[in-house]
Design a binder for this molecule. Structure first.
Ligand code: GDG
Length: 475
């Protein structure tokens, strides 16, 4: 890597660097740390260690020189316009994303997209190797970088490599559709340890290795035999979480509480404020949720201004066709419901296609009596965990799809199958009507779970599993 002589004993590789470029009024460029959960988790594990982060800086073209930000060494990887279109929007988000999310929309296969994916993965692997100290720990993130583990191992057999999948890992019947299934499995098997959100995801991976590569598997390990000796690779569940302490502290601030009151007041202090917060993605089940809510409106079981429904749909992947189509569909449906069921000052659905600062999100969570989390498939769903974290008052009710990773931890939620519209309607009504005392009991239990299993706990567990992964040659 040009300009980098420093070496680090912990190297993170993720598609994006944890910073956003900001340009001030004088055209001066600086970087602001993006306040994501990963950064918080990494801050805690990087404390007292020499850490580097390899990732794309978010703009096509030449990469900025490596730089330091908040005690982290950032090593930017360049992506050309074409690579953004082929590696990121194409192969990552239009091939892998649909396959890994139950093919809710069909996946698109292009051989030249995979070519770009390979080239970009190699660039990431080289950037990792350039900053990794001898014997370093390398932690690779997510579906965009599945070839990186084997590429790094090839170049640097001295380092320990872990990979964490933020999204589901599909059943072998779906994964098998991928023309590049072998390359992907072999890429991942370069790691010493593979972490997944759910037990079922880890099992799907192990099954794929057995069925598609004919490799022997035992419990949660896969054995890979190569000329230089056999290796065992472990795959298990380490569900991700959020920064419980930090977010709760934000929710408890008087300004956040005041803002939550103001939000409710601006909606006419409804009896029930119902909220949805999602990236505008077809995996999130926004359409199913709106359909169910529309029927409740039609049956007069909910009605504005008594019940108000706010849907935040954060703009996402707007250059991918499936996302553009989804936006058209959702906005059409919202428009139809508003035309039919709104009155002046009381919209049936308050739809917001925006991104908000973190403190506004916390205020929204605090203001909402019911949060609807209805994905058709979701690796974890952090929104559900954020909501319970903000409810230090034990208020609120969480409607949660059984197709999320969070469902496997938040057992006291109002559980739904979003495909079952009738069932979803009943669950929404139960969440509205259950007495406050019972809801407080449920919320308390969920809060305890997230408090005890926060993002720092997740990162520590992942690194522990990686450190204790079976030794090379130890079959
Ligand atoms: C992937 C997996 C897995 C959303 N709108 C705004 C905003 N957000 C924040 C939320 C939350 C995050 O974005 C979204 O996280 P999710 O978990 O809900 O979903 P994905 O983006 O699909 O993430 C998922 C996750 O990775 C972690 O492993 O849970 O399953 O798909 O933190 O709060 N934040 C702000 N303004 C917004 O408008 N500030």
């Amino acid at each position: 890597m040009p300009g980098t002589k420093q070496k680090f004993d912990l190297v993170i590789a993720a598609n994006r660097l944890p910073v956003d470029r900001v340009v001030d009024a004088d055209g001066e460029v600086s970087w602001r740390t993006s306040p994501g959960g990963l950064v918080t988790a990494m801050e805690s594990v990087m404390r007292g260690r020499e850490g580097a982060w390899v990732g794309w800086a978010g703009e096509a073209g030449e990469a900025p020189q490596p730089f330091e930000q908040d005690d982290m060494f950032l090593n930017p990887v360049a992506l050309s316009e074409d690579e953004v279109a082929h590696y990121y929007e194409g192969f990552s988000n239009d091939t892998l994303w649909p396959i890994y999310h139950d093919v809710i929309v069909p996946a698109t296969f292009h051989r030249f997209w995979f070519g770009a994916y390979e080239a970009v993965n190699r660039r990431f692997a080289e950037a990792v190797c350039a900053v990794a100290a001898k014997g370093a720990t390398v932690w690779v993130h997510d579906y965009q970088l599945q070839l990186v583990p084997a590429m790094v191992r090839e170049m640097r057999p001295d380092v320990r490599i872990g990979w964490f999948n933020h999204i589901p890992f599909p059943p072998v019947e779906l994964f098998a559709q991928l023309p590049w299934r072998r390359a992907i499995l072999e890429g991942l098997l370069g790691a010493d340890y593979l972490g997944f959100q759910r037990v079922a995801d880890a099992q799907n991976f192990i099954r794929a290795c057995r069925q598609l590569l004919s490799l022997p598997t035992k419990g949660d390990t896969v054995s890979e035999s190569r000329s230089e000796g056999a290796r065992r690779i472990r795959a298990s569940a380490v569900p991700i979480s959020i920064d419980f302490k930090g977010l709760e502290e934000l929710a408890r601030r008087p300004e956040t509480q005041a803002r939550a009151k103001e939000i409710r007041a601006s909606l006419g202090d409804p009896e029930t404020l119902i909220l949805g917060v999602d990236r505008l993605d077809y995996t999130k089940g926004i359409g199913h949720r709106i359909k169910a809510y529309g029927e409740l409106l039609a049956e007069d079981r909910v009605a504005p201004p008594r019940q108000m429904f706010v849907q935040v749909a954060t703009p996402s992947r707007e250059r991918v066709d499936a996302y553009r189509d989804l936006r058209t569909e959702i906005e059409g449906e919202v428009g139809r419901l508003n035309g039919e069921f709104s009155s002046i000052g009381a919209p049936a659905v308050q739809y917001l296609h925006h991104s908000y600062p973190r403190d506004e999100m916390a205020a929204l969570y605090l203001a909402a009596d019911v949060l609807l989390v209805t994905p058709l498939r979701d690796g974890m769903n952090l929104v559900a965990k954020e909501y319970v974290t903000c409810r230090y008052d034990n208020g609120g009710a969480l409607v949660l799809s059984e197709f999320t990773g969070a469902y496997h931890e938040l057992h006291q939620a109002f559980v739904c199958n979003p495909h079952d519209i009738e069932g979803l309607k009943q669950t929404i009504m139960r969440a509205i009507e259950t007495p406050a005392k019972e809801k407080a009991r449920l919320m308390r239990a969920m809060r305890r779970r997230v408090a005890d299993h926060d993002v720092q706990h997740w990162a520590a567990r992942f690194l522990d599993n990686l450190a204790n992964a079976p030794e090379r040659g130890g079959v």
